[in-house]
Design a protein around this ligand. Structure first.
Ligand code: PMP
Length: 400
């Protein structure tokens, strides 16, 4: 019955790793997937995660029963506190509901499905460009996806005017997806002053902001600084949604730990919203997995572990920032034509190099360097040892 099935294309991001794995060159370099690597090019399990796991293993009272539909209560409370801040009025007034999700992706999907069922405007505006999965996640959730201008290739920075114009002409009440920090794939974030202008526009048109927070702590090294845009919106008393991921900032990629929070006007509304979120989740995956959320809760509720986490997180962010400087210096040393200052200005895991798909294909073929065809490179996949190889490849690609 399936003999006529057409082969689907590889995922544009995960497919990069598939191609990389097939390459037998000793010099091959995978800058496609956004996963942190050490200077030695190895995946990293944070020390603090190992410690939390040890605590969990030693606790004989722990069982493997199902979690509630909304997940681990401690985890949910602590996640809201992490992104909104302990003194957030929304938390103090209990007008927020937080449910555990299957990392960032699952949290976005649950949020999308909830909106498709219960929100009066089915159009969601996402930045152009954005993380490739956004369109699919929200379309399949039942929303209609439109884009707003975000990135200006000429300046390799924010197209702020375009953003204001596009959102300014969007229908009242639309949902607007915002990257909380470290915009993927561009690494370009609005300044705080620009965020304030965006907030005013969003509130004046009664848009519903939906934050995707996949990199809290990764952009600047500070959990609070990276949460500023979200807190700005929650601070005005209005509604919003926030999807959080612990994939990057705790290195829990495969554990699939995240959360969806919906900030409402009153505690009563929040509890009704939560009752409906349960109806979205139950037929989708019933209830979320216990292990990763327990690791996160163990770390967040213990001040020693929490402090240790912030230090390890800062070390990851600093290594990425140092890679930006090293790559910039290496291109400068080679006299590579063009302005490469955006490598240092952009924020977070990725640099949007400005290389086109032909140049990317050339670098893959001749230098065994793998990245998405839009020229996005994961700075977290680079090391002092591999920077010269990448700089040689970029130099050859642009001088060809
Ligand atoms: N949103 C953005 C912007 C991302 O970059 C990512 C990960 N690449 C995600 C969401 C989701 O990641 P995960 O589901 O692994 O948490």
């Amino acid at each position: 019955v399936f003999s006529n099935i057409v082969r689907a294309p590889e995922d544009p991001i995960l497919g990069v790793t598939v191609a990389y794995n097939k390459d037998t060159s000793p010099n091959k370099l995978n800058l496609g997937v956004g996963a942190y690597r050490t200077e030695e090019g190895k995946p990293l399990v944070l020390n603090v995660v190992r410690k939390a796991e040890q605590i969990l293993v030693n606790d004989q009272s722990r069982v493997k029963e199902y979690l509630p539909i909304v997940g681990l209560a401690d985890f949910n409370k602590l996640s809201a506190k992490l992104i909104l801040g302990a003194d957030s009025p929304a938390i103090q007034e209990n007008r927020i509901t937080t449910v555990q999700g299957l990392s960032g992706t699952g949290s976005l999907r649950v949020g999308g499905e909830f909106l498709a069922r219960h929100y009066h405007q089915l159009t969601i505006y996402i930045p152009q460009p954005t993380w490739g999965n956004h369109t699919k996640v929200f379309t399949l959730a039942g929303l209609s996806v439109k884009t707003y201008r975000y990135y200006d290739p000429a300046t390799r920075g924010l197209d702020f005017q375009g953003l204001l114009e596009d959102l300014g002409s969007a229908p009242t009440g639309s949902v607007v997806l915002l990257h909380a920090c470290a915009h993927n794939p561009t690494g370009v974030d609005p300044t705080l002053e620009q965020w304030e202008q965006i907030r005013q526009l969003i509130r004046s048109k009664a848009f519903l902001p939906f934050f995707d927070s996949a990199y809290q702590g990764f952009a600047s090294g500070s959990l609070d600084a990276d949460a500023q845009p979200v807190r700005l919106f929650v601070g005005d008393g209005g509604e919003c949604l926030v999807a959080q991921s612990y994939a990057k900032n705790m290195g829990l990629y495969g554990e699939r730990v995240g959360a969806l929070s919906i900030v409402c006007k009153t505690a009563d509304v929040a509890s009704r919203v939560e009752s409906q979120l349960k109806l979205v989740i139950r037929p989708m995956y019933s209830n979320p997995p216990i292990h990763g959320a327990s690791i996160v809760a163990t770390i967040l509720k213990n001040s020693d572990l929490y402090n240790e986490w912030t230090i390890e997180l800062k070390a990851m962010a600093d290594r990425i920032i140092s890679m930006r400087h090293q790559l910039f210096d290496a291109l400068t040393a080679r006299g590579t034509p063009g302005d490469w200052s955006h490598i240092m200005k952009q924020i977070g895991m990725f640099t949007f190099t400005g290389l086109n798909s032909e140049q990317v294909a050339f670098m893959t073929k001749e230098y065994h360097i793998y990245m998405t065809s839009d020229g996005r490179i994961s700075m977290a996949g680079l090391s002092s040892k591999t920077v010269p190889h990448l700089a040689d490849a970029i130099h050859a690609a642009v001088t060809r």
